[in-house]
Design a protein around this ligand. Sequence first.
Ligand code: ZN
Length: 538
Amino acid sequence: MARKDHGAIFRMGAVQLVQEKQAELLTARELLLGGYGRISDDQEDEGTGDRGAGVARQREAVDQVCKLMSITSQPLVWTVAAWYEDNDVSAFKDVVRPQFELMLEDLRNGTIDGIVVYDLDRLARRPVDLEKVIDIYDRAAKEGRQLFFATAQDKIDLASADGLTLARVMVAFANKASRDTARRVALKHREVALTGRPVGGTRPFGWQWTDGKAPLTLKDGRVIAAGKRQHAVLEAEAKVIEQAAQDVLLGVSLTTICRDLNQRGIRTTRGNEWRPGPLRLMLESPRLAGFRVHQGTFIADKEGTAFVKGEWDPILDEDTWQQVFDTLQAKGSGHRKNEGRRSYLLSGLLQCSQCGGSMSANARSDGSHFYACKPRTGQKGKAGCGKVTCSGRAVEALIEAAMKQRMAISTLTVHEEDTWPDEDELAATKAQMRALMPQLVEAEGQARQLLNAEFTKLSDRVEELQAERARWVFQHGRSVRHAKVGPEDWDDMTVDKRRAYVEEEITAIVVRPAVQRSNRFDYTRLSIVWRTDEPPAD
Ligand SMILES: [Zn+2]
């Protein structure tokens, strides 16, 4: 029997083992629970605007629940063994929550014995999510393994029929409320668009937000009242746009314009260097001529007689903008015809893993094409090492699928073959810790100190690994939907337009040499380097 040791509290990542309790209750069973917190971006009840604080409060509540449950369900000891949180994600939208999925995985494989949440609607707002959870509880029960569940708001027993019914009803209501909210938001957006009010968030290049304290008088006499969103023309950037428009009309290539802008240190509103794709999107936007754009296109006013004007001064007059637009559109096809070469989705974006050189597209006589690090003789471009080539169709199909996925959902699934590499080590380290626990409770004197040291070492490692995993999941599992288009628009886009979106999202795609000759393309040869996850400007 271990002696009482009030000072010894071991930290293992999120796990807190209260030694004293363990010693007193040898029959006590320690439940390792997964705490889950989530803040959605359509959250209104948090009120503080500080989403992190919201999760902190949920976490506090979860700890509180565990303390309570430990008292009321003695000799079971409820401890939060792991904390999972999905931040900034609405559970209603058709998204995958990476930490939620991780938690379910841990629940399935026995790493945790149950879930504690602040409120059922944090856990699941869609019935399908709740069913996933219930399914795991059901299966465990059939295998004779009891799983636990608690919320700070309601007492719900997922192991009982009444509890299940209650949970389902609650989620059904939450789901309906979410859908109503989504519909309201969509209607609201269209309504706002009809007023011509600018889209909030990142400013578009050429304009800046005013502080809105004074009324803003537009050139055509409209007055934007104080307290409203106000876009004022930013003269320096307006000049850049005017110049770029003139250059386009003179036949200067977008690449040349970008090079010039970048050399002059002019950056996009996201702080990036200019690339032809984004520059083109910017110049093609009707916003420049003073039109309000909704979902990427003009909107007709309520009478259907005119396009809605934005509540801002245009930078280009309508004719100039139209000419620029037409020129850019024509250039897409004309360019290809004149120079006798096609435009390829990924030229310049694919990068050879061997020499770092940029891979160019090469047409075959059968109409197919391939990308190679060494251009064929007679073509322009720096000579690469020539060790890497890949099928154009296969790589493009993959990138297009990835782009569509990225457009469709705000959180990407972590693919099966794309799991965090150290998952095994984490599981093994946790298992070692659990194996050590009973000995630790029993041990005394020097043996105990040794075990203590061992335990601390393991728990530090677990903490380290969990932090790494969280970072990894964040980097691999998070993305933001492009505001302008959905995946259904992709197939109608020209190659140039698609390219623009690809450039907007992807910095580079690294291609490794083929390991063996095969008819099927080996997708593990590719690594996609995504750009930032912040949402693009309107
Ligand atoms: Zn190379």
